[in-house]
Design a protein around this ligand. Structure first.
Ligand code: GDP
Ligand code: IMO
Ligand code: MG
Length: 443
């Protein structure tokens, strides 16, 4: 086993940051392949909360290299703020430890403005985006208007591209009552960004190829989740990138054969930020309780997350789409605060039972989840670190979940700290091979 993909199996915020941070010690490089600073990956470093948005969560390990692939959209101001924030907590990220793709797209000042117009235009059907300019930047990539990182390093190209873009975008901004933007100040600002970014910039595809040839291993860090994927998520209530396994090859310039295994991160209940269908959503006191106990507030926007029961129909779909080899179950400790636990294993739709997920909102808005009810297990798993101590009732729940998803669980997260983790040792060893030793011994 050389390169592992860590992917969210729900609507994001499954706890990918924590799992990546934990696994990072067994890998040489940690690479993001899609998304931007819409992501918020929380890690606790010596008890202190750190939220990463654009920079891979593995960067908190001082001997690891972070990689930002061509599949990302980068807001340079957000990038530098994140570097500065890391520095302020004693995490120095020099250019030799962080590589940014020449071909990644750049978020420009007009992107968030256009996003606001687009969201307003949708009215009640607004997507509820993070308003970071992510969607419009990906739109420009697909429409071939985009400005790439390498362009920031070529002043004449940069100026020309800004001029061309503004000649078009200003017409839209003005049509919606917004003032036109001027080339000069944007050019000056982004030229300076380019100068500061230059030491980090590389041909990521070629760089990773050399690293792999030299025997180095990569942990691919997915952002968002399968159900927010542009193609396979609950379109149009999705993000604008390929968060599924398919995004790794295009987003880093690697052969798909380089993904040696896939680990799916799944929360023991569901959450969603923004609009869109959510069959198991709880709009009652139980939902509020989950939000309270699970501290479910967006790591990026601070918005309250919608909460609901675990949805095995959706998670089964995520496992199938991505070939998930092993699951990491996060936040089961949160369920201990409830009087009983429910999990959905099928939908009722137009009089028949569905076990396969359909991504269309007009279907999902009209399904009725079919639930199995569990008693809360006796004994707490909060902060547990060893497999032998897992309560029998929890193991029953786990077995049910594995059967429903047709995928084994190899990691159980039992709290926010790096060390709050239980391994199913033989499964982790089988998945990670030699790499598992370091993790298991150090744990
Ligand atoms: P990500 O976007 O997938 O990285 O997830 P977020 O960081 O946005 O949200 C996950 C939240 O759950 C963070 O606040 C984590 O600190 C927290 N978390 C992760 N694993 C556990 C766990 O096992 N138990 C509890 N109680 N909290 C957890
Ligand atoms: P992580 O990596 C949860 C959601 C937004 C919105 C939709 C589109 O922390 O799991 P966008 O700004 O991407 O165009 O918004 O996607 N969204 C996320 N929800 N976790 C995330 O990232 C998200 N990134 C985007 O709330 O519904
Ligand atoms: Mg998050």
């Amino acid at each position: 086993m050389n390169n592992l993909l860590v992917i969210g199996t729900q609507w994001g915020d499954e706890g990918k940051g924590k799992i990546v941070d934990f696994l990072a010690s067994a890998f040489d490089l940690i690479a993001r392949y899609q998304g931007g600073h819409n992501a918020g990956h929380t890690v606790y470093l010596e008890g202190k909360k750190v939220v990463l948005h654009l920079i891979p969560a593995g960067i908190l390990h001082p001997d690891k290299i972070g990689v930002i692939g061509n599949g990302l959209v980068i807001d340079p101001a957000a990038f530098f703020k994140e570097l500065d924030d890391l520095k302020s907590i004693g995490v120095e990220v020099e250019a030799k430890r962080l590589v940014v793709s020449r071909s990644a797209q750049v978020i420009m000042p007009y992107h968030p403005l256009l996003e606001k117009i687009s969201e307003t235009q949708r009215g009640k059907k607004m997507i509820g985006t993070t308003c970071r300019g992510i969607g419009p930047c990906y739109e420009d990539k697909a429409a071939r208007w985009g400005i790439r990182v390498a362009d920031l390093l070529e002043p004449s190209v940069l100026r020309e591209k800004i001029e061309e873009n503004l000649a078009f975008k200003n017409k839209i901004l003005q049509a919606f009552g917004q003032p036109a933007l001027e080339t000069g100040p944007i050019y000056e600002q982004y030229k300076r960004f380019g100068e500061r970014l230059a030491p980090f910039v590389k041909d990521v595809s070629a760089f990773l190829y050399e690293q792999i040839k030299a025997g180095k291993s990569i942990l691919f860090e997915g952002a968002q989740g399968v159900l927010l994927d542009l193609d396979h998520g609950t379109f149009p209530y999705v993000t604008s990138s390929s968060s599924t396994a398919g995004g790794v090859a295009t987003g880093l310039g690697l052969s798909p054969k380089q993904i040696t295994a896939v680990l799916g991160v799944t929360k023991a209940y569901c959450t969603r930020v923004g609009s869109g269908p959510f069959p198991t959503e709880l709009k009652d006191e139980t939902g509020a309780q989950l939000a309270r106990i699970g501290d479910e507030f967006g790591a990026t926007t601070g918005r309250p997350r919608r909460c609901g029961w675990f949805d095995a129909v959706a998670a089964r779909y995520a496992c199938r789409l991505n070939g998930v080899d092993l699951l990491a179950l996060t936040k089961p400790d949160v369920l201990e605060g409830l009087p009983e636990i429910k999990a959905c294993y099928a939908y009722e739709y137009k009089g028949s039972k569905l076990k396969d997920f359909l991504s269309d909102p007009y279907v999902l808005d009209n399904v009725r989840p079919v639930y199995r009810t569990f008693k809360v297990w006796e004994g707490s798993i909060h902060h547990l670190r060893s497999e032998e101590k897992l309560p029998a009732g929890f193991i029953d729940y786990l077995k049910w979940l594995e059967d429903e998803l047709e995928t084994p669980v190899g990691i159980i997260s039992t709290g926010v700290d790096r060390e709050d983790i239980v391994f199913v040792e033989d499964r982790i060893s089988r998945l990670l091979g030699d790499r598992a030793e370091e993790l298991l011994v150090g744990h």
